[in-house]
Design a protein around this ligand. Sequence first.
Ligand SMILES: [Ca+2]
Ligand SMILES: [Ca+2]
Ligand SMILES: [Ca+2]
Ligand SMILES: [Ca+2]
Length: 326
Amino acid sequence: MRTMLAFLAPLSLAAFAHADVFLYSNGNPSPFVPALGASPSALNGAPAPGGFSWSEAPLEGAFCNSTAGVSSHFVSNAGDFRITDDVTIPAGGWTLDSILFYAYQPGASGPGSPFTRATLRIWSGAPGDPGSFVIWGDATTNRLISSQSTGIYRIFNSITQPLPPSPDTSRLLWVTRVNIGGLYLAEGTVWFDWQYSCANPDRGAYSPTVTNPGRRGVGNARQFRQAYGTFSGGWVPVRDQGKAPQAPDLQQDFPFLLFGTAGASCDPDVNCDGGVNGFDIEVMEQAVNGDFSNFCQADPDFNHDGAVNGFDIEAVEQSVNGAPCP
Ligand SMILES: [Ca+2]
Ligand SMILES: [Ca+2]
Ligand SMILES: [Ca+2]
Ligand SMILES: [Ca+2]
C-alpha cells in the first residue's frame, strides 16, 4: 500500500495540468473555427486548389465587402499599424494560454511564414477611448509562438459588379499563435491589440475582417495609424467601404481564437523549472517582494484576489503541498 502511494504521489501533480481548449472564436459560434468563411468554391463557382479553401469578401444583398485585409504591421520607416478588437469574458473568467490571429502578405505562399514577430497588449477598454488602459502586455515584446499556413486563400468578392476579380492564390492566410502564458482574466470586456513584424521589413501584414457568408458584418474593431498629413495619429474605426459605390460603410470585427481554460487555473511551478517544490514557494515570495527574475508566469496574483501579497505565497505553498488550485 505504501509503495502504491509512492507511485501515486507524483501522478497527483497531473491534477495541476489544466486541460487547455479553444474557448472562443470571434465572429463564429464554433470556438475552434475562425470566422474566415472558408469554402471550397467561390461565389462565381471557381473551385479552390486541391486541399485549399477560399475566404471570400462576403456579399449581403446587392453589396459586398471590398477590403481583403487591414494593415496590421510594424513598418520601420513608413507608419506603424496595430489593430484591436474586443471580447466579453463570461462569469468565472478565463485563464488564457494563447490567442490565434489571421493575416496574409501578398505573394507570401511559404513554406515559411512571412511573419517573424507579434506583439500583444490587453486593454481595460477600447484603445483610444478616454480611461482605457493597458492591463497586460506591451508593444515591444515578441510573443509569437508559431505561424503556419491555414490552407485558406483570401480573395475579393468574385461576382459583385463592376469588374469582379477572378479568385487567385496570392493571399495565403497564416494563423499566428501569440503567447499569453496563463493570464487569468475575470468576467468583463477586454480589448486585444496586436501587431505583426515581417521577415521582410518592407512588406506588410494584412488582417481579414470577420467573414461569414451572406453578412457584411457590423463590429467595433479599430486600427492604430501613425501621424501622417493632417492626421495626428491614433485609433480609427475599421470600416469596409463596400462595393458597389452606394454600399454603406460598415465597421468590422477581426477573427481570432482564444485558447486556455474556463475559470481560474493554476500551475504551482511558478519558476517553470518542471518541478513543484520549495523553490516555487521561494520564487513566489521573491515576486511578492518585487523580484520577478525567477518568476515565469503571466500573472503573479496566484490566488486571483486582485492583490499580490503574502496570501499568494501561502496559496503556492498549499498547492505545492497538494491542495487544489485557489
Ligand atoms: Ca468586436
Ligand atoms: Ca461605401
Ligand atoms: Ca518549480
Ligand atoms: Ca493574490
